[in-house]
Design a protein around this ligand. Structure first.
Ligand SMILES: *Cc1c(COP(=O)(O)O)cnc(C)c1O
Length: 399
């Protein structure tokens, strides 16, 4: 099928919940993807921060082939070694010792919310249930994660929402201090808000949140679904902030391109998940955990976390030059590593369409923030090419 036929069939048979670009992708290799008509693109979206090793990394492909012949599923009624080795790898990197595995980012946040609430009710006070989150946050689409998300546009007409969530402006310490009270069970924050427009948390705010949660004896949860696994130039976003949270949620890049989510929790908070209190049928199965472990080992062996930091600095420099060339259209770049946002004063949709035409995939948030999410091993030549295309695309969108 060619692109036109695929889009027609998709319109007929898929629910219309995605605003898709007119593009059908069939193949990927490294930072390149091919569409159904054979046109090649530079991929600076990476499946929204999922394909951090690039497409079809040979070590991930080999792990998939090997894992498929060993065992696909066995249930959490039993132990499986790959799940435990993956947990150990993540514990060593995060210093949070206990893992619970699930299948997506939203599901990981559901687990984090349940763990924090159960801990607070059991060990602090039975009156504690409220989860404080940030305005413009994004935590996923399931009912609990949706209630945690501080953006009404995602919630409209899905009400009644799950009760017990309260939103505060990000980086406003006094608003957070005022919101915390005898009903608070946890504070849930993204180190850098991804879907909300690439908005970094300040160190000062992170440290205040840490102190407030410690004082109340409740969990500080970081949603690292987008920022985790090297994306920001550190293994975890919290490493930029000088604090260690009690619970983090992970997903996107964790499986090297395949679906898996998890939470990592300190020993203290993890004890609230006693046998039978939470579960996932598919969570942490031997197939996906073998693949995830291979992906993480490849990230480590190839030094991709440091490479993401270097690439991010190079891209930031290039994007800053762009902002100088188009001062009325392009604002100051923000974010860290390979999670960068560029505020625009012109239609982001137009810029993305012009970039697509020229062979570059980029993402736009709310038509006004360009988000760049290249793979962590993106080359200098690929970044130069993307910057050139962006320059031309902005120039076209201006006229
Ligand atoms: C993508 C994302 C989620 C949701 O993940 P899904 O796998 O789509 O459920 C949650 N939190 C953050 C910060 C995300 O970026």
């Amino acid at each position: 099928m060619d692109t036109k036929e695929i889009i027609e069939l998709g319109t007929e048979f898929l629910t219309p919940n995605y605003g898709r670009m007119p593009l059908a992708l069939v193949k990927g290799q490294g930072t390149r993807v091919w569409d159904a008509d054979g046109k090649v693109y530079l991929d600076f979206v990476s499946g929204i921060a999922v394909n951090s090793l690039g497409h079809c990394h040979p070590k991930v492909v080999a792990a998939i082939q090997e894992a498929a012949t060993q065992m696909l599923h066995c249930s959490n009624l039993y132990y499986n070694q790959p799940q435990i080795e993956l947990a150990r790898f993540l514990a060593q990197k995060s210093s949070l010792n206990k893992a619970f595995f699930c299948n997506s980012g939203a599901e990981a946040n559901e687990a984090a919310i349940k763990l924090a609430r159960r801990y607070a009710r059991l060990f602090v006070s039975s009156e504690r249930y409220e989860i404080i989150t940030a305005e413009h946050s994004f935590h996923g689409r399931t009912m609990g994660a949706l209630a945690a998300t501080g953006q009404t546009k995602y919630q409209q007409y899905f009400d009644p929402l799950v009760p017990g969530f309260r939103y505060v402006p990000l980086n406003d310490v006094s608003a957070l201090a005022a919101a915390i009270g005898p009903h608070t069970a946890a504070v849930l924050l993204e180190p850098i808000q991804g879907e909300g427009g690439v908005n970094p948390m300040t160190q000062e705010y992170a440290q205040a949140a840490r102190e407030l949660c410690t004082k109340e004896g409740i969990a500080l949860i970081f949603d690292e679904v987008q920022t985790g696994i090297g994306r920001t130039g550190k293994w975890f976003g919290f490493e930029h902030l000088g604090v260690v949270p009690d619970i983090i949620s992970l997903a996107k890049a964790l499986g090297g391109g395949l679906p898996i989510g998890c939470i990592m929790a300190s020993d203290r908070f993890a004890q609230a998940f006693t046998p039978g209190t939470h579960a996932s049928t598919f969570g942490g199965g031997p197939f996906i955990t073998r693949v995830a472990l291979a992906a993480l080992r490849a990230i480590e062996e190839e030094g991709l976390v440091d490479k993401a930091a270097v690439a991010g600095a190079y891209l930031t420099q290039g994007l800053t030059e762009l902002a100088k060339r188009y001062p009325t259209a392009v604002g100051a770049v923000r974010g860290a590593g390979c999670l960068l946002g560029v505020p625009l004063n012109i239609s982001g949709g137009k810029v993305a369409a012009a970039a697509l035409e020229r062979g570059l995939l980029v993402n736009v948030i709310g038509d006004k923030v360009l988000r760049l999410l290249p793979p962590l091993n993106v080359s200098k030549a690929e970044m130069d090419e993307a910057l050139q295309i962006l320059d031309a695309a902005i120039s076209e969108a201006l006229t």
